[in-house]
Write a protein of this length. Structure first.
Length: 380
């Protein structure tokens, strides 16, 4: 038997429910696809509320070591600690393990209700830079000694006179590096070529932020021309760019013009959630955090902990499940992933879904989380 150990974090709130659903369906799909010759051995590690209750820390060293050891993992949604310490557990995992790509594929499943006329035209893969930009968390609160020092340096040493209300201003730093840009755009270009996608679009705000967002655009084009010149010359790969606000409009009006998106951290947050809304919402949006140099990857539900519906058997597990499908593809077990995608397509087309999706369908048949899980397994 070919067996792979995969650490998992169940998560907070609805996390345990979506994680259990994902595991049951993936185990069943692997059994069906490979007739018992392959198996995942699930290794639970903890973070978030469960870790704090047991160990007094939100992100134990043992959890990080497990991800480093096995080079792969999957997680449910995690709470954001209140007060000091880690700003975001998700961001901490990405930065600590240097998972520099947030990979967000967005596609439409027939049968799901959408707010746009032609959601089937949305078929994009977002490469969101994961470690830089304002998500680096370098900022100082208004009125603090640190904020006053920053302003003093800017004003007295750098001659900056554009801070209108210095005494009540908070300050943040937006680092964007050539190296960080190059490895992201390289991964996006390689993905487009390997998967037969026609274009990579650099989404940026370089018209205003000349040296950070503008640098991202410039370094991205230079990298593509230097390392993928033959593919560009032959027409196998087309490079283009779009200012972020224009892209948000264009992605609604003519989404078929875009395929692979390379963008910075904040823009990527906006873009990926907006595109997910076009195909039915964050409940069916998967995500992964990957370092293409080391092969390390953590797959994750892209929604929050939703404590108001936790334990009520109504949460939609598809974001975590589809992230699990991405995980299967990452390890080369594509056949099992294809079975799950096919089952979801047939279920949605027939109107069977959790209540968040079914209530919007003309032929909707709402199912509880556990019932939906069993229904998908029956369709494998």
């Amino acid at each position: 038997m070919e067996k792979i150990v995969i650490p998992f974090i169940a998560g907070d709130g609805v996390g345990p429910e979506v994680t259990q659903s994902m595991q049951h369906i993936i185990d069943a799909a692997i059994e069906k696809a490979y007739n018992g010759t392959r198996k995942i051995e699930w290794l639970e590690v903890i973070a978030g509320g469960k870790a704090f209750d047991q160990l007094g820390t939100y992100l134990p060293d043992e959890t990080l070591e497990a991800f480093k050891k096995y080079h792969i993992g999957i997680k449910g949604p995690l709470m954001t600690p209140v007060g000091g310490g880690i700003r975001s557990l998700n961001v901490a995992l990405r930065q600590t393990l240097d998972l520099y790509v947030c990979l967000r594929p967005v596609r439409y499943y027939k049968g799901i209700e959408s707010p746009v006329k032609k959601p089937q035209n949305v078929d994009m893969v977002i490469f969101r830079e994961n470690t830089e930009d304002i998500y680096a968390g370098i900022e100082w609160d208004a009125g603090s000694d640190e904020a006053r020092k920053v302003y003093s340096f800017l004003h007295e040493e750098m001659g900056v006179n554009k801070v209108r209300f210095p005494e009540t201003s908070s300050f943040g730093i937006k680092p964007v590096s050539k190296e960080g840009t190059e490895r992201l755009v390289r991964a996006a270009c390689r993905y487009a070529i390997d998967n037969g996608r026609p274009s990579v679009t650099i989404v940026h705000k370089g018209n205003i932020m000349k040296f950070t967002e503008g640098g991202f655009k410039r370094w991205g084009y230079e990298l593509a021309e230097r390392e993928f010149h033959e593919e560009i010359e032959s027409g196998k790969l087309r490079m283009q760019d779009c200012i972020a606000d224009a892209f948000l409009q264009n992605a609604l009006l003519k989404p078929e013009n875009y395929s692979v998106i390379a963008t910075l951290n904040l823009n990527g947050d906006y873009v990926s959630d907006m595109l997910a809304a076009q195909v039915g919402g964050i409940g069916i949006a998967p995500g992964a955090n990957i370092n293409y140099s080391t092969g390390d990857a953590i797959f994750e539900a892209t929604h929050g902990t939703a404590p108001d519906i936790a334990g009520k058997n109504i949460v939609n597990p598809c974001s975590n499940l589809l992230s699990g499908v991405m995980m299967l593809e990452h390890i080369g077990w594509n056949k099992a992933g294809e079975l799950i995608n096919s089952a979801l397509e047939r279920s949605f087309e027939a109107g069977y879904a959790t209540i968040d999706l079914a209530r919007l369908m003309d032929n909707g048949h709402p199912l509880g989380t556990r019932e939906f899980t069993q229904h998908i397994i029956s369709l494998l």
